[in-house]
Design a binder for this molecule. Structure first.
Ligand code: UD1
Length: 421
């Protein structure tokens, strides 16, 4: 299993481009199940989670092909009548987002059998809201033998109010509603930019959707969708991580091919902390700063501070001046990185959903640490950039799930990082 050796002491400088967004690409790839024929996507990141999605689509009977060389970010999915409507446990357990095949299969074929995703490092993460939404559209749902068995002759539109904001739940419902009979109104819908990207692709295929990006989405069901071509939006979490990498080393880093507006909450907090950040429509530049202030953050659904940037921001706060209170309100157990950051010398008091970080500018020192999930891995690499000595981060397969060539990108900015077997 690969590890990453991060040597501190380099100030990052230069320009780096963000890749396509994992969290937009995954639902969009599953949405191909709604229309037979050839779908073409550009800016699809090279990630393990994309491979897992392709594998699941293949098991259902769809072929996907990634381009080569300069076309390696172009991805085609050929959908013909599915050979099975079952998403097997072996594939679903690799990636929770596999549950996103439920809505489209049910809407298109009136049938879907999907394994329950099971355990996860960042909380229990149930799928009850996805299932309630399918039931509200008229599906019969049965849970048996670790699987969800869903059936519906024809889904029927209705008004659905999510009692909690859910990104995946909103996406699954959206993909089911586009082929349902009549009008579906999704209330308390998630407003994440990735939902807008999914809606935009569904609209390209012929769906009738309005209100995406707001908390009320309206869908007029149509009889048929036709495959189209789409470029996946930039990854705001990766872009934010690279910005923090520049910040934590006191460097001058410009992230291009991104949408800074999607990162307003992060940018505002970094400015509050003392950083100077220049923003254009599709790039952002962080200016060098030697000392920065601790600030508090509370994660919440978009447009508030993203839970997927909490661990990376915490790394920045471990070397800030002062005390930062970090509150996690989206997931109930997303502080797994805290004990690892403490191994690097960080002074943190973790409580259930709040962590108090007493910053120690220049106060981290290297140690072997273990990645527990995708964003936690990123936070350990960021901390390693400034922890005196050589930090060995193990289990970095988590990183490969969601960051395209992170070490290459960091090296291009001058970091000393190395993948070791
Ligand atoms: C998506 C993102 C993930 C991000 C998260 C929150 C993808 C592939 N993943 O995950 O990176 O961290 O949004 O921004 O896009 N919940 C329920 N019942 C449900 C569904 C969710 O109780 O049926 C709870 C979850 O446990 C969690 C909260 O709702 O506490 C939000 O989860 P949700 O927005 O659904 O996250 P995901 O879609 O799984």
């Amino acid at each position: 299993m690969d590890k990453m050796l991060v040597t501190s002491g380099r100030v990052l400088n230069g320009t780096v481009a963000a890749s396509g967004a994992k969290n937009a690409a995954l639902p969009i790839l599953f949405s191909t199940l709604l229309a037979e024929g050839e779908h073409t996507f550009d800016n699809v990141p090279l990630l393990k989670d994309i491979d897992s999605t392709a594998e699941l689509l293949k098991s259902l009977g769809c072929e996907s092909i990634r381009g080569e060389g300069p076309n390696q970010h172009t991805f085609k999915v050929n959908v013909s009548k599915l050979k099975t409507f079952e998403a097997h446990y072996d594939l679903v357990r690799k990636m929770r987002a596999s549950i996103l095949c439920l809505g489209p299969m049910l809407a298109k074929y009136g049938e879907a059998t999907v394994s329950l995703p099971g355990g996860c490092a960042i909380g229990t993460r149930p799928i009850d809201l996805h299932l309630d939404a399918m039931k509200a559209l008229g599906a019969e749902i049965e849970l048996r033998d670790g699987y969800v068995f869903a059936k519906a002759k024809k889904l029927k539109g209705t008004t659905i109010l999510f009692e909690k904001t859910t990104v995946g739940g909103t996406e699954n419902l959206l993909m089911a509603a586009v082929l349902a009979e009549g009008k579906t109104i999704i209330e308390n819908a998630a407003k994440e930019p990735e939902i807008v990207d999914l809606a935009n692709y569904l609209i390209k295929m012929g769906a009738k959707i309005t209100g995406h990006g707001t908390s009320v989405i309206t869908v007029e069901g149509v009889d048929k969708l036709i495959p189209a071509r789409h470029s996946i939006m930039p990854d705001r979490i990766e872009a934010g991580t690279l910005l923090i990498a520049g910040a934590i080393t006191g460097g001058d880093v410009t992230v291009t091919k991104c949408q800074p507006h999607d990162l307003d909450a992060l940018i505002n907090k970094m400015k509050e902390s003392g950083f100077k950040i220049d923003v254009t429509e599709n790039s952002m530049r962080i200016h060098p700063l030697k000392r920065w202030k601790a600030v508090d953050i509370t994660t919440a659904p978009h447009p508030l501070f993203a839970t997927d940037l909490q661990a990376q921001f915490m790394a920045l706060m471990t070397v800030a001046e002062g005390t930062s209170v970090i509150s996690e309100t989206v997931f109930e157990n997303r502080f797994m990185h805290v004990t690892e950051l403490m191994r690097l010398g960080a002074d943190i008091t973790p409580k259930t959903q709040v962590a108090v970080v007493r910053g120690k500018p220049g106060g981290l020192s290297a140690a072997p640490v273990m990645a527990t999930d995708l964003r936690a891995s990123a936070s350990l690499v960021l901390a390693g950039l400034v922890a005196k000595g050589e930090t060995l981060v193990s289990r970095i397969y988590h990183l490969d799930r969601g960051y395209e060539n992170l070490e290459g990108k960091l090296i291009s900015l001058g970091a000393q990082v190395k993948r070791v077997p």
